[in-house]
Every structure is written in C-alpha cells, then in structure tokens.
Design a protein around this ligand. Sequence first.
Ligand code: MG
Length: 346
Amino acid sequence: MNMIRGKDTDMSEKITLSHGSGGRASHDLIEKLFVASFGSKSLGDLEDSAVIQAGREKIAFSTDSFVVDPIFFPGGDIGSLAVHGTVNDLAMRGARPLYLSVGMIIEEGFAYKDLETIVRSLKDGTDKAGVEIVAGDTKVVQSGKADRIFINTTGIGLLDMEFDISARNGRPGDTIILSGTMADHGATILCQREGLLIEGGFTSDSAPLNHMVAAMLKKAGKSVHVLRDPTRGGVGTTLNELAMSSGVGIRIHEKGLPIRDDVRGACELLGLDPLYLANEGKLLAFVAPEAAESLLAVMQQMEFGENACIIGEVTADHPGQVVLETIIGSARIIDMLHGEPLPRIC
Ligand code: MG
C-alpha cells in the first residue's frame, strides 16, 4: 500500500464525524489527504469554488453534497438547500452562476411524494437564483444503506475578468460586513432535531446570494476583496479560514454581531455558541474601507440583506487569528470549530 498520508497522520485513525464538520479536522483531512494526493493548485487554494480558464472565459466551478437531517425544515428543505449551497459558493468568487447538475442517492422505500416535493423545491430554487439544471444522475440503494436521500449539486458560473475576489485578498484596514443575522440555519435544524418548539418562529436563512453579490459588484466591485458564506462551522470558523488564507488578523466586535433574540435564546438553551452555527443565506465581505458604507447600503436594499451590518475590520496585527472584542471591552480569541456538535447540518 502506498497511500499518501501527512507525516503526523495516525495510521490507525478512522474517519469521524468531526472530519465532516468544516472545522479543524475537516481542514486536516482536506490538506493532508485530498490536496496532497490530487495536487491541483485550484484545490490547494481552498476557495469556495475553483476559478479555471476555459478558452477565453474564466469560469467558477464548485460542488457540494447535501445530507441534511431532517430533510424538510422551517425555511426550506434538502432541495432548496442544494441549490443555494452551490449557487452561493460560485457567487463567493464573484461569478455569475449559470448551470447546475444534480445527483441524487435515494434509499429504497423513500416516498414518491416527498421526492416530488424536493424536485419542486430544486426547480423553485433554480428559478429564483436564475440558474438552470442541465445534467443529473439518480441512484437508488437498498433500504438501510442510505438515510432517505442525499443530493449532490455541481455548478458553473462565469467570471467578470475585471474583479478579483478571493479568500487570499483580505488586506489590513478592510471593513468586514456580515449580510444578516447569524446562526439561523444551525439553530433551526438543531431545534427541529431535538423536537424543541421554536418560539417566535425563526427559520433557516437558506437563500441564494448571487443577486446581492451582483449588486455589490455593480456598485464597487473592485473594492470587494473577499466574499465567503459562513456555512458549516459558522462565522467563527469562516473568519479563521479567511485570516489564514489572507495572512491577516481579524477583529470583530461582539456588540455589532447581528443575532435574533430567539436564536440567541435557543443557543443558550442548547449550550451552543452562535458564532459556530451554520448559516445558509449569509455572506461575509471584506471590502475597502472607503467603499464600506456604500456597499452596505446596496446590501441592505437587497432581498436577504436587510440586516447587513459592519462587524469588524482586518488588521495587520495577530495574523491568522480572530479576536473578539467583548461587550465588556475584553478580548477573546475565536478559534476554529473543534469536534462536531452538529453533524448533517447541510
Ligand atoms: Mg462556501
């Protein structure tokens, strides 16, 4: 056997849920096994989508698999989520998403009417995002060999050559904008799973962000340096990824972090930090400070951006680290998510 392993990898190690969490263990697996084995530069860049040259055009290319449990939840289902996830990953490079493929793995015995509902939701999602499903695949496995339905979507989008949006482009002085409230998706899924009644009725934020990104680029595209959707691992883990990719420090202000009161209450009840809970319809933007107010105004006028706000800034100090300035004025280091408090969140 000649497997490629990182030199620190324990040969007896087994894959655990934390390898799929989007946190520290996922990163180790991706870098030590996948990037090390496949070796492509795009993959090693660890972006939301690869940007590749195709003839004269630059295209963004991304894939994502969805195993969310439950498959139907307030604010969406596995179908809409599968569209939004890939559309958003393309948009996070500044691309205009165009085409998706959909692969489904279905467990024998799955209700036809549930499949119809999911297909309708996929179609509605693509209509809203302005993309088209142009290829697909279906597999059915024996009862008990998969859990109801898993969906993979792969997407391509076109890039405007004028703009350069990448996780590596954060610069000291950049203003950090979050497009709305944190943790809505993670809190919704967890409450559903635990059978908790959701008071106030918060729902998943699952939504396509490509129209908001297009409006931002139209307003001041050259001032947009970094975009990323804080999905698995939440705002806390995503900011750590961006701090590392850009080689900068990040300072955020607890006072400015947008969170619904009922979501905060649910997180307290469940003992979870909303900074690490998934979002499926939010983006983080690092933008030139002189353009921050005008970009913020554009976002606030768009659907899904009404609660956008500035949450912090990029610093030259403490590169690779995210520091939270608390309400009482102390500083706390926000690390990447460790372990896996919430498997199958997306
Ligand atoms: Mg993403």
